[in-house]
Design a protein around this ligand. Structure first.
Ligand code: MF3
Ligand code: CO
Ligand code: CO
Length: 294
């Protein structure tokens, strides 16, 4: 049901509440309008990094479980149930559930949805691309990742955008080293995306993550110099999560977007296809390590 006559996404029905057993520790924002402002550090010690890695591994395994179910006809809420059940079965809280009122446990963003898609009764169709973004909270730490998947066979332009967005994330990760500016990450991603004429979403960014879901540290995916000149330091933990589009920027360098009345779903204004990949990483003495691997 939830597509218009031209196949564009429209809001579907969101299911009833998801339950998390009482024994699983909730993040502080659950049951409140939003998170408290984070005044802690973006740098973590080895013990804390171990806990972020453990949360990140569960989130990555949950993405793998969800991916196994992706096929034409499955609903995004069925994918949410799989992700939710996997996290809970591994004693993790689905960080999205109850974050600023978000009603589901994972984000599922189809085709022109840039990010924050709410799982509902939308059925996937062959030729779609679905982005699955899962964050797990365990032992006081969040681990956050997103991966994009084709549904059946997709158009060559879609497959290329998917591969190149994965590669843009890989290059962004490889650009990380202590002593460089945060900005090096976005500069690397944007210059790679430009080779193919892709748009880069600017208004949604990577972020510090760990004790807080979003710490306040911002990681742009474009060259934001002279802003975001903060130096990268060993022990820093943050996400890199580029969103690239087939759309042409309406204003120079900028991909325009609209938010649905649900207050979450973000779509490209021109309804062009968009792909996202995300990892949580920790800065090491020489480079970085991914903390969201299965
Ligand atoms: N996981 C998303 C991110 O990468 C945030 C989702 S917020 C939610 O930052 F409430 F929509 F889950
Ligand atoms: Co994130
Ligand atoms: Co995420």
């Amino acid at each position: 049901m939830p597509r218009d006559a031209s196949g564009l996404l429209i809001p579907g029905r969101v299911g009833g509440p998801r339950r998390v057993p009482d024994r699983i520790r909730r993040p502080e924002y659950v049951g409140r309008p939003g998170p408290r402002e984070y005044d802690g550090d973006d740098r973590y010690d080895a013990e804390q990094i171990g806990r972020i890695r453990a949360a990140g591994r569960i989130a990555a395994q949950a993405v793998e479980e969800v991916a196994k179910a992706i096929r034409p006809g499955v609903t995004t809420d069925e994918l949410d149930a799989i992700g939710h059940d996997y996290l809970v079965a591994h004693d993790a809280y689905p960080s999205a559930l109850g974050y600023r009122g978000f009603p589901r446990s994972i984000c599922t963003s189809v085709n022109e949805v840039i990010c924050h898609g709410i799982p509902d009764d939308t059925e996937l169709r062959g030729g779609d691309i679905v982005k699955v973004d899962i964050t797990a909270y365990k032992d006081g730490m969040h681990g956050d990742l997103c991966a994009a998947f084709p549904v059946g066979d997709v158009a060559p332009e879609a497959a290329d955008l998917l591969d190149r967005t994965r590669e843009a994330l890989a290059r962004g990760i490889r650009s990380v080293a202590p002593g460089r500016e945060i900005n090096v990450i976005g500069r690397t991603i944007e210059s790679y995306a430009r080779r193919f004429g892709y748009g880069v979403v600017r208004d949604y960014t990577g972020h510090g993550v760990g004790e807080a879901f979003h710490s306040g540290l911002v990681i742009p995916h474009y060259d934001a110099a002279p802003d975001h000149a903060t130096l990268i330091e060993p022990g820093m933990v943050f996400t890199i999560e580029p969103m690239l589009t087939l759309g042409t920027p309406e204003r120079p360098g900028t991909i325009d977007w609209d938010e649905w009345a649900d207050g979450w779903t973000v779509v490209t204004r021109d309804k062009s296809l968009t792909v996202q990949f995300e990892h949580t990483i920790v800065v090491t003495e020489r480079g970085s390590e991914i903390l969201t691997l299965p």
